[in-house]
Design a protein around this ligand. Sequence first.
Ligand SMILES: Nc1ncnc2c1ncn2[C@@H]1O[C@H](COP(=O)(O)OP(=O)(O)OP(=O)(O)O)[C@@H](O)[C@H]1O
Length: 239
Amino acid sequence: MYLKRVSLQKEKLPNHDSYPFSIPVIKTMDQLDVTSNVTFFVGENGSGKSTLLEAIADKCGFNTAGGGRNNYFDVNEAQSVLGDYITLSWMPKVTNGFFLRAETFHHFATHIDSIDGASQAYGGKSLHHQSHGESFLSLFRYRFHQRAIYLLDEPEAALSPQRQLAFLRILYDLSAYGNSQFIIATHSPILLGYPEAIIFSFDDDSIREVAYEDTDHYQITRHFLDNRKRFLHEIFKEE
Ligand SMILES: Nc1ncnc2c1ncn2[C@@H]1O[C@H](COP(=O)(O)OP(=O)(O)OP(=O)(O)O)[C@@H](O)[C@H]1O
């Protein structure tokens, strides 16, 4: 493990009225201790997961539009304001890694195509000439290595359930044997089931550790699958 703690420099925050300082979990955050090679950020849409992950990516020196340290391409609104107000504590420090933003991956693929020979590092085939899910898996399989930190924002976005299981295997190989560290924002109850992971919930206006079975993602999915007809009846009934 490399990144041990993320601290918010509260005394430096300019205000609490505007984004990103107005997000409830940022208002209440002091520090986050990272105690596992695999950490998940989970929570309702808009709870602040991407904002914090992007700030961490910024402090790691990764392109906040997505990519590693040497990937420069621009995407509107990819700057991290919060990055200026957090401190990362490392032991030891790593500089290798990658920030995956599902929504800018198309731009990233174009950027890789524009560099002569760069697609070799991604399995030898243009990421644009693969399906969305295939290109994600090529990134994970060919570009991800040992001794690095990977920050992934909703990697499940393009992956079928079967491919999410394949991703779990890659995660296992890299984190358990390859000594790589992952911080992953996700809504996937499959990914969240990774053993020994630490899950931080961003719900209820603060960041706190939760057990897998206590996440909404696990509970709602499980109840839906167990009681699909009753669930649908409730959702569709006339008010
Ligand atoms: N560039 C921005 N300017 C202003 N507000 C923003 C900006 N980006 C995000 N927000 C707001 O900040 C809050 C947190 O957004 P963020 O994207 O971090 O949430 P999230 O937990 O990652 O959500 P999701 O699960 O939907 O990806 C939301 O209320 C969102 O509308």
